[in-house]
Design a protein around this ligand. Structure first.
Ligand SMILES: Cc1cc2nc3c(=O)[nH]c(=O)nc-3n(C[C@H](O)[C@H](O)[C@H](O)COP(=O)(O)OP(=O)(O)OC[C@H]3O[C@@H](n4cnc5c(N)ncnc54)[C@H](O)[C@@H]3O)c2cc1C
Length: 383
């Protein structure tokens, strides 16, 4: 097993670390305080090649490896955790539309997605279907050359700003997982309404509900004839490792900042860094983050080799946010009163990272997936 980044990966990493620290970090708090993110800021990610990593070259992407997407998540997470949402959703849309969309749909959506001009949300969760997503009730009813979509999706990242949403819906009342289809729905279509929530964190993402009342879309916007639920789970699998790396990036940046601070800050005549009670905390969190990071890249590496990675991705999604939350919390406290002030980023980072401890599968569901992979499907209560 090759156990290092190659030259391309290293220079991509260095370029994004510079961008994250110089361009994203100084504005991190702005979007938390209600200022709306200008769309050109998202286009910058397109210009840097971040949003087209999983888009085919014929549509303006680079068809890069999942490892590159992981590097992008970790480095961007250092500057502004929430910008990794644009990456995550672009990766998912590129895979789902790239693999299952018609050539016309691919040509219509993917170039704009790669440039950061088109934002595609992912609409699975409903009021009565979160962890148990297959219990969803949104309906897609075939009517001639169209499908008519009715239902409501909840807690959708980018609900306030997305141009399209991949909506998972029960097709013509068919039961079970096989009865779920995936549809690319333009959010400008008549019958779509949006509501943006007052979120604890990740405010930039304008998370909210999308309602569909008799929304008529061309039948060709269905993504493949097979189970949309299986497609959704395939997309989740590797995005779970991406989420872990985004969380680890935010935590590693916090740790780096705290190392510098504890070298400077003196109590009782000595720098905090000389106290083992302080330095050992840094050592422990650095070790935990390193373990979670290796797990996440391992999951992505397996994906790039075309090998199973469900277990590793779920492990990374459980361990990454947990390790990150614990590390950021310690960094906040090690800064004393100033860590609890909004002029420093620790409180916001904590609130933001907790969002993706829940999103894409809670810790309990991740442990359920890991246990299912260990025991086998006959010993699971998950679908
Ligand atoms: C910031 C954020 C962004 C999100 N973005 C999106 C998005 O873009 N698109 C989208 O479709 N969804 C999105 N979601 C929704 C997210 O995927 C769901 O919130 C998540 O899957 C959990 O579902 P739920 O909230 O309905 O909780 P529930 O399923 O009701 O679970 C509630 C609690 O019970 C626990 N629990 C549930 N079942 C079990 C069990 N069998 N055993 C033990 N414990 C259990 C859970 O771990 C959780 O703690 C987002 C959520 C957040 C917070």
């Amino acid at each position: 097993m090759e156990y290092d980044f190659d030259d391309t990966e290293r220079s991509f990493q260095a370029m994004l670390r510079r961008y994250a620290c110089e361009r994203l970090l100084p504005d991190y708090a702005r979007w938390d305080r209600g200022e709306r993110l200008p769309r050109e800021r998202i286009r910058e990610l397109g210009e840097l090649g971040v949003l087209g990593i999983r888009v085919a070259t014929e549509y303006g992407g680079s068809e890069g490896a999942c490892m590159l997407a992981g590097i992008a998540a970790e480095e961007i997470g250092r500057g502004d955790f929430n910008f990794t949402l644009f990456l995550q959703l672009a990766l998912i849309a590129a895979d789902l539309i790239g693999r299952h969309g018609t050539p016309e749909l691919r040509a219509q959506v993917l170039p704009g997605l790669a440039r950061g001009e088109r934002l595609v949300a992912f609409g699975l969760t409903e009021a009565g279907a979160g962890s148990d997503a297959a219990a969803l009730r949104t309906r897609a009813t075939r009517d001639g050359e169209c499908y008519v979509i009715d239902g409501e999706k909840c807690s959708i990242s980018l609900a306030g700003v997305a141009d399209d949403c991949i909506v998972f819906a029960r097709v013509d009342g068919a039961p079970g997982v096989q009865g779920i289809g995936a549809f690319a729905v333009p959010l400008t279509a008549p019958g779509v309404t949006r509501e943006v929530y007052h979120s604890v964190g990740e405010r930039l993402s304008e998370r909210g509900s999308l309602r569909f009342a008799h929304v008529r879309i061309p039948a060709a916007y269905r993504l493949g004839a097979g189970s949309g639920f299986v497609q959704a789970m395939e997309a989740f699998d590797y995005n779970r490792a991406i989420i872990a790396l985004a969380c680890i990036g935010a935590a590693q940046q916090s740790l780096d900042e705290t190392v510098e601070y504890t070298k400077q800050r003196q109590t009782f005549g000595k720098p905090l860094a000389l106290r083992e009670g302080v330095a050992f905390q840094i050592a422990e969190h650095a070790a935990r983050l390193a373990g979670a990071r290796h797990l996440a890249y391992h999951a992505l590496w397996l994906r790039d080799q075309g090998r199973p990675h469900t277990r590793e991705a779920a492990m990374a999604k459980w361990l990454g946010p947990k390790s990150a939350i614990e590390a950021i919390h310690a960094c906040l406290v090690l800064h004393g009163w100033s860590g609890y002030d909004e002029s420093l980023p620790f409180g916001q980072r904590l609130r933001d990272v907790i969002g993706l401890e829940i999103g894409d599968g809670t810790p309990e569901i991740m442990k359920g997936v890991i246990a299912r992979e260990i025991y086998g499907r006959e010993f699971t209560s998950l679908r």
